[in-house]
Design a protein around this ligand. Structure first.
Ligand code: PMP
Length: 426
């Protein structure tokens, strides 16, 4: 049995001094039962909870861990910059180096601005789209996540209808829905948001049709609006460029975060010259937006991205995991399916409308030292080895056997009912 004494104690203390004990995607309502809440250490592919249990981590901090936790070269770059400056009265040279690196790598980009979270970058994109010509309407795919900001957060608390008054929702991957939404916006269309692929929670992932991506570009051009790709989650796991470059479609703006500094707090908005003047019209800033350490970490992360085969490695390792899991599912007769890119797998079960099989599977894998998510896409990192996948598949094989054997007595996940009650439909 895994120990959880320290975790339980921290949860109790947290409940006294943190509303609800925790918030956001780490809240207890969202964690599958038995999952640890608090962690003490992370190295490479492994996370260690406060009770000393070690897991192979397939969540990668919900994305940021691209190259492995405490990657030696990124850590060395952090330490070098820390010895000089971090948060001071103005930015350092790494800011310009980082902007140059991104403009050099990302085909559509002529400029970069930096911030801290993905939601900062997507909100800046929204503001720039509107600031450009004073138009108001912005198209957003149903259920797409672009950040915990009033215009997009999935729960209704503290959000006014006015915060979303000028958003028009369309169905991802449906060119006609996009056309209809644009028609509704008429001559007031400022921008169109699109995720690189459909990566909503609790749903199979869907790669974009090139026709849809081209339609998004064409609608934006026809309306003289900006096309915005939200690469916060998928950035650098599909391409060493904007993810839609793989489809031959270039946005005007792309939002980045998560992986940029391999875990250091930094995000970015990249844009082309169509959007440059509008980018100068908005006032955006923050006390930590000029900090040099995360920028130095990002400069080093991007160097590794350019100079190594990390991406091909992610694809190879991700494919091993996906193929192994599918074979195991077939062998035990359970319809387990991994959808989306191999580097960002979403694992759900057929005939599992209330997700009880998926939750039970992940809980059984956790007991065997593998940290998976039953409702969110997962992430492969470049420190993962074939040996890690072998160990992972040993755990998932046993977890699938467990699900099969106990299927009749598996209850629907309690956490899910709590969560469903909180989620607002858009
Ligand atoms: N966009 C996407 C696609 C995301 O996945 C996320 C975060 N999961 C965000 C935006 C918001 O990023 P952050 O949590 O860093 O604000």
């Amino acid at each position: 049995m895994r120990r959880n004494t320290k975790d339980a104690e921290l949860r109790e203390r947290a409940a006294q001094v943190i509303p609800g004990g925790m918030y956001g995607h780490m809240s207890t309502a969202m964690l599958p039962e038995g999952y640890p809440q608090f962690f003490a250490k992370a190295e490479g592919t492994r996370i260690t909870d406060v009770d000393g249990n070690v897991y192979i981590d397939f969540m990668c901090a919900y994305g940021p861990n691209l190259l492995g936790y405490r990657h030696p070269q990124v850590t060395a770059a952090v330490e070098r910059q820390q010895a000089l400056s971090d948060t001071v009265t103005g930015p350092g040279e790494p800011m310009v180096q980082l902007a140059e690196a991104l403009v050099g790598m990302v085909s559509h980009a002529d400029w970069a601005m930096f911030c801290k979270n993905g939601g900062d970058a997507t909100t800046m994109a929204l503001m720039i789209a509107r600031a450009r010509q004073g138009k108001r309407k912005v198209l957003v795919a149903h259920k797409a996540y672009h950040g915990a900001v009033p215009w997009n957060t999935p729960r209704p608390g503290g959000v006014l209808p006015e915060d979303r008054a000028h958003l028009i929702y369309y169905d991802y991957n449906d060119p006609q829905a996009l056309e209809d939404a644009a028609k509704q916006a008429g001559d007031d269309l400022a921008g169109i948001f699109a995720a690189p692929f459909r990566h909503d929670t609790f749903a199979d992932q869907e790669l974009p049709d090139a026709e849809y991506a081209r339609a998004a570009r064409a609608v934006a051009d026809r309306h003289d609006a900006l096309l915005i790709v939200d690469d916060v989650r998928a950035g650098l796991r599909l391409a060493r460029d904007c993810s839609w470059e793989t489809l031959g479609v270039r946005p005007d703006l792309s939002a980045w975060g998560k992986v940029l500094g391999n875990g250091q707090p930094i995000s970015a908005l990249l844009g082309n010259d169509r959007a440059r003047e509008a980018a100068q019209k908005i006032f955006v800033t923050g006390s930590f937006w000029y900090s040099a350490v995360p920028m130095a970490a990002a400069v080093e992360t991007l160097r590794i991205v350019r100079e190594t085969d990390y991406l091909e490695h992610l694809q190879r390792i991700g494919t091993l995991f996906r193929d192994g899991l599918h074979a195991q599912g077939r062998a035990v007769g359970l319809g387990v399916k991994s959808t989306g890119p191999a580097t960002m797998p979403m694992v759900l079960f057929d005939e599992d409308p209330d997700f009880r099989l998926g939750y039970a599977f992940c809980q059984a894998a956790l007991d065997r030292g593998v940290y998976l998510s039953p409702y969110h896409n997962m992430f492969i990192n470049a420190a993962m080895t074939e040996d890690d996948i072998r160990l992972t598949l040993e755990a998932t094989g046993a977890a699938l056997e467990h699900v099969k054997k106990n299927r009749a007595s598996i209850e629907p996940p309690a956490a899910l009912a709590k969560m469903a009650a909180l989620v607002a439909e858009h």
